[in-house]
Structures are given as structure tokens and as C-alpha cells.
Write a protein that binds this ligand. Structure first.
Ligand code: NAP
Length: 288
């Protein structure tokens, strides 16, 4: 039974059983001796609106939102942060002053995870593979870093075109370029880019052999190859990039940082996890 003295936070999704968020948040809550506890709630799409109503009535003020609710919840909240509005989806809800506020911390999580590597972004060429929900958060984050160009490469080319048009209109950033689905184009851009981010599920467990790049594409040593996937730790893409001498990162650091950014919103505290970051990572990796 939850301790009645503790405020309840949680994550909603469908499915939700394998979410790492309760482990992450409860570790940090316990380490920082915060008066909260964090639970996973299985909420089906048809129940989303009723669930938010119930959470607010029960005093559950902080909720993370995961697949498939990020876009529907965006339309249900009363107020949106600037980044949530730009991205068009929410991953964090806060019931505050009697209304639901919607935030998106995926972009902040991504940038924080890059750390010093983010210094390579201004004025550089960058590539996003995929044009779904997480691609929007990465697009918004890259625009904020004053990159020079963002290329979008997606299986369904029309979706990359729509995304580029939408974000150009929303942000005024003129250099979002949808790529034609030909490996030749990608090879040329990769040779000059600072960062490539995979936002597709290609290579995610159990489809370990899938790779968003063809194996004969030349990856320069100067490229940062970032895969939002964290299970497995090293996707086929990351192994290919590491073998080519590039800098590689998986999505686990982003997952941790987006969660901490949400906890900061709910608690109003500045949360520093630098002293236990590796411990948290090890804990999450042990559950994958
Ligand atoms: P999404 O909205 O469903 O978008 C998926 C994208 O992948 C679409 O562009 C889709 O292309 C493409 N895609 C899907 N299957 C493909 C295939 N077989 N071949 C080629 N392209 C394919 O999903 P999302 O929410 O962006 O999530 C994408 C990935 O990011 C997931 O693996 C998720 O776990 C991960 N993620 C990680 C974090 C983190 O914190 N590390 C946060 C968010 C998401 P089409 O347009 O052609 O359908």
C-alpha cells in the first residue's frame, strides 16, 4: 500500500508493464529523500480522459505520458509549455492551480544527455532518421541549438516533408530538408554532418538485426551517432558506427534526463543526480 503521507506520481501508457520510469523515479526519490512515490498505471486510449479526471480528484498531480497517449493528452490539457506546443505532444502532466499543464521534456533530456557533445552542434549539419513523435522532440531541440541544417530521412518520405513544412512554419527555421529515399543522398550528407540521430525503432529488441543505415554507408570518425533505442545497449547501427570510429550514444541517458526534468517540474526543485548517475544507469541496464 502506498504511504498516505507521500504524494503519488506516476506514468501512464498502454502497455506499461515494462516501463523503466518507476525504477528510475523511485530510486531518485529515495536517494533525495523526497516525499513522493511513483507508480505505473495501465491506461487504455479510451480511458485517458477519465483517468486524468480521476488523478486530479485523487490528488495525483504529476504524470508521465508514454505510448500511445502523448498526442491525445496534448489535446486534453488546459495549458501547454512552449516546447510541448512546438513538438505537438506531451510526456509530462502537472495538475497545478486546478488545471492540467502539459510539458515535453524529451528534447531537454536529449540535449542534457549530449553534455559537452552539444558544443559541436551550432552551425553544423545534422540528420534525423524517422519522422514520428520523438523526431519532433529532437527537431525542436536541434533548432534550439542553432544548428545550420537538419535533414530528415524517413521511410515514408511524405511524412518527412510534412514535418519539415510544419516546423518551418512554427519556428521560422528555414533549413529543414526532407531527404529523398535514396541511400546516395544520405551518404553525401553523412560525410559532412556532425550528428545523426535514429528515432525509428529499427534495431530495437527483439529485432536486433534491423538497421536504419545500409551496411556499406561510410560513417566518418567525426560523426556523433545517437540511437534513441536503449534496448539493446548497442544496436546494429551503433556497432556499425563504433567500428567506423564514430562517437556513439544510446537512448538511456536521454530517458534518465527526461525523467529528472519531469521530477523538477512536479517538485519545483533543482535536482542534481550527477553523483549517482552511473548507479541509476546500472540499475536500469540490469532490468533490460
Ligand atoms: P513513432 O511516432 O511511431 O515513429 C516511428 C518512426 O519510425 C516513423 O518515422 C516510422 O516511419 C519509422 N519506422 C517505424 N518502423 C519502421 C521500419 N520498419 N522501417 C523504417 N522506418 C520505420 O515512434 P516514436 O515515439 O518516435 O519512437 C521511436 C523510437 O524512439 C522508439 O524506439 C522509442 O522507444 C524511442 N524513444 C526513446 C526515448 C528515450 O528517452 N530514449 C524517447 C522517446 C522515444 P513511417 O513514417 O514510414 O511510419
Amino acid at each position: 500500500m502506498p504511504d498516505p503521507q507521500k504524494q503519488i506520481l506516476g506514468v501512464i501508457g498502454d502497455p506499461i508493464a515494462h516501463s523503466l520510469s518507476p525504477l528510475l523515479h523511485n530510486f531518485v526519490i529515495s536517494r533525495l529523500k523526497l516525499n513522493y512515490c511513483y507508480h505505473a498505471f495501465h491506461v487504455r486510449p479510451s480511458q485517458l480522459s477519465a483517468a486524468l479526471e480521476a488523478f486530479s480528484l485523487l490528488g495525483i498531480n504529476g504524470i508521465n505520458v508514454t505510448i500511445p497517449h502523448k498526442e491525445t493528452a496534448f489535446h486534453l490539457v488546459h495549458r501547454l509549455s512552449d516546447s510541448a506546443r512546438e513538438i505537438g505532444a506531451v510526456n509530462t502532466l502537472h495538475f497545478h492551480e486546478n488545471i492540467w499543464w502539459g510539458y515535453n521534456t524529451d528534447g531537454i533530456g536529449f540535449l542534457k544527455s549530449l553534455g559537452k557533445l552539444a558544443e559541436k552542434l551550432p552551425d553544423s549539419k545534422t540528420i534525423i532518421i524517422g519522422a514520428g513523435g520523438s523526431a519532433k522532440a529532437i527537431l525542436s531541440a536541434l533548432i534550439s541549438q542553432k544548428v545550420n541544417e537538419i535533414y530528415i530521412y524517413n521511410r515514408t518520405q511524405s511524412k518527412a516533408e510534412i514535418l519539415a513544412r510544419e516546423f518551418t512554419q512554427k519556428t521560422g527555421f528555414q533549413s529543414i530538408i526532407p531527404l529523398e529515399n535514396e541511400a546516395q543522398n544520405l551518404t553525401a550528407i553523412i560525410s559532412e554532418a556532425s550528428l545523426l540521430v535514429n528515432t525509428t525503432p529499427l534495431g530495437m529488441y527483439p529485432n536486433l538485426e534491423a538497421n536504419p543505415l545500409t551496411e556499406n554507408i561510410e560513417i566518418p570518425k567525426s560523426l556523433i551517432v545517437y540511437d534513441l533505442i536503449y534496448n539493446p545497449k548497442h544496436t546494429k547501427l551503433l556497432i556499425q558506427a563504433k567500428n567506423a570510429g564514430a562517437t556513439v550514444m544510446n537512448g538511456l541517458d536521454m530517458l534518465i534526463h527526461q525523467g529528472i526534468a519531469a521530477l523538477e517540474i512536479w517538485t519545483g526543485l533543482k535536482i542534481d543526480i550527477s553523483s549517482c548517475f552511473e548507479e541509476i544507469k546500472g540499475l536500469l541496464e540490469s532490468k533490460l
